[in-house]
Design a protein around this ligand. Structure first.
Ligand code: SAM
Length: 285
């Protein structure tokens, strides 16, 4: 059985996210050899091709014409043509057009060949110093404040590392919203202008990042950003022994909650915050 019906091939070709030297040999060879390059912006891709001395046919493929152009490209692929899909920067489809075309290739048994290459999210994650064992990619946060805050709030207990894309226009608002909805002490990383001249990777608690970024307008009014948020970590459970609980109960029968916590923690030489949490829970019952 011929799995691919002898059709053409759709190559998914990542392109640099800033530094043209990040193009791969295979990407160049593919861009040179395919019949058509479908690109987000013809002018933009022309600059890339010119730099590498490649001449080929370019057709526009962007979020405004994706549906019509997908049908057109599928017809070409069915006739045996080879097509390279590129976006302005990075890996096509990752917050860039292409998913509808690829879905149709699967439906029509058209062979898809993805090339590995630059992607801002993964490059930033690799340098973040935040665990990458489990992560989720959230793309761009909503532009409306309320929707953005609601989404961040819904992610406050997400245990996986979270990756977002953010523009220079909203980076301060986004960090402020992270502080309000997730917490000022949550560890975050801002990766700006990766692979470019003003590349900067800054890692700290959200509130410290906010004051740092506000200090100098060059830190927020230029460039592209990836924001990485450390996943939620369950607070460590502290076991309160029966002995401590008894002391607390006796003191509480004659003293205020605050005084009982303070005295019990002194008697047993323990952290008063942990005891306070226990006391609050007990009072609520
Ligand atoms: N497909 C691309 C990829 O694979 O990364 C992403 C395209 S998305 C439309 C553009 C966003 O990616 C930017 O707004 C920014 O958040 C992020 N980005 C792209 N290049 C970047 C860079 N050099 N440094 C930091 N972030 C970048």
């Amino acid at each position: 059985m011929n799995l691919f019906n002898n059709t053409g091939i759709l190559y998914i070709v990542p392109t640099p996210i800033g530094n043209l030297s990040d193009i791969t040999y295979r990407a160049l060879k593919t861009l040179q050899e395919v019949d058509i390059i479908a690109c987000e912006n013809i002018q933009h891709t022309n600059i890339l091709l010119k730099h590498f001395n490649i001449k080929n046919i370019l057709i526009s493929f962007n979020k405004n014409n994706e549906i019509e152009q997908s049908s057109y490209l599928i017809k070409k692929l069915k006739k045996g043509k080879t097509i390279a899909l590129v976006s302005n920067a990075g890996t096509p489809v990752i917050n860039d057009p292409g998913y509808l075309l690829i879905k149709q290739c699967h439906i029509f048994n058209i062979k898809i060949v993805p090339l590995p290459g630059p992607c801002a999210a993964i490059t930033a994650l690799s340098a973040s110093g935040i665990s990458s064992d489990r992560f989720c990619y959230e793309g761009f946060l909503p532009s409306k404040k309320k929707t953005r805050c609601d989404l961040l709030y819904s992610l406050r207990k997400e245990k996986r590392t979270m990756i977002f894309y953010e523009s220079k226009y909203r980076i301060i608002d986004t960090i402020t919203d992270i502080i309000n909805e997730i917490g000022k002490n949550r560890h975050i990383v801002i990766a700006r202008e990766i692979t470019k001249k003003w590349e900067m990777i800054y890692s700290n608690k959200a509130e410290i990042i906010l004051s740092w970024i506000k200090e100098d307008q060059n830190r927020y009014n230029k460039g592209e950003n990836v924001v990485i948020i450390d996943g939620y970590q369950e607070p460590k459970k502290v076991n309160i022994s029966e002995n401590i609980k008894n002391t607390f109960s006796i003191l509480r029968s004659v003293l205020s909650l605050k005084q009982s916590v303070l005295l019990t923690s002194k008697i047993h030489k323990m952290n008063k915050n942990n005891l306070y949490k226990y006391a609050i829970k007990k009072e609520e019952k």
